[in-house]
Ligand binder design. Structure first.
Ligand SMILES: *Cc1c(COP(=O)(O)O)cnc(C)c1O
Length: 222
């Protein structure tokens, strides 16, 4: 049942917040609807879950149009091909996968308004994953100063699927450190207050380590 799943996920976020003295209101649950059809997505919205995430450009556009609800906040969490930027970038509220300067250039060219972006960081160094290394992240963000269509709201990462709990803590903690360093640079175009980290199998750990956006699919739609 969706309602039970949603309650359980919310309760897990609450428990993690309680453990480290954070407020639930600091964490936004983003429901990853990428494998769900429109009726199931609508059922989740009806439960008051308005932050939704998709990762395929065509599916996202079709679903957004079908749902046509101004209350929904749309997050794009997938790798975005440069040739798709023009179709997608003005339709999303948050883009979680800024992973190259060339993509930033294309966003700059195509965006009609400032786009809230998360810079994707490959903290674990997994070869299959997109994103900058921790070492590259600061220079990349500094290089965006003339991209006035990009606001770096935060950093995003994924822990490897087979990582242990202690590895997950370490990965999320490193991203938190980097987020703090960038935030302290006080760049107007990169406030970098946010951390998008945590999926179904590790979101409570991500919340313990400071996540402000958790992206949860399977645990909500199982
Ligand atoms: C699919 C996906 C998620 C959600 O994964 P679950 O394990 O189903 O919770 C989160 N983030 C990204 C980038 C994804 O592609």
């Amino acid at each position: 049942m969706l309602a039970d799943n949603l309650k359980q996920v919310q309760q897990s976020i609450q428990n993690a917040c309680d453990q480290v003295g954070r407020s639930y209101s600091e964490v936004t649950l983003v429901a990853v609807t990428k494998t769900e059809d429109v009726p199931t997505t609508q059922a989740m919205i009806a439960l008051g879950q308005f932050h939704l995430a998709e990762n395929r450009s065509d599916k996202f556009l079709t679903k957004k149009q079908a749902i046509n609800n101004p209350m929904v906040v749309w997050h794009y969490i997938g790798n975005l091909q440069r040739r798709k930027v023009k179709d997608i970038i003005n339709e999303v509220d948050y883009f979680h996968a800024l992973d190259s300067l060339k993509l930033a250039d294309e966003i700059q060219k195509r965006a009609q308004k400032v786009v809230k972006c998360f810079v994707e960081v490959n903290v674990s160094g997994e070869e299959s994953k997109h994103g900058f290394t921790l070492e590259e992240t600061k220079d990349f963000i500094l290089s965006l100063h003339a991209h006035d269509k990009i606001e770096v709201v935060g950093l995003m990462t994924m822990a490897p699927f087979d990582s242990t709990v202690s590895e997950q803590h370490a990965i999320f903690n490193k991203l938190k450190q980097m987020q703090c360093e960038i935030e302290h640079m006080a760049l107007e175009y990169a406030p970098c207050h946010e951390l998008s980290m945590g999926m179904s199998n590790d979101f409570p750990i991500a919340v313990l380590e400071g996540a402000t956006y958790v992206r949860v699919g399977t645990a909500l739609f199982k």
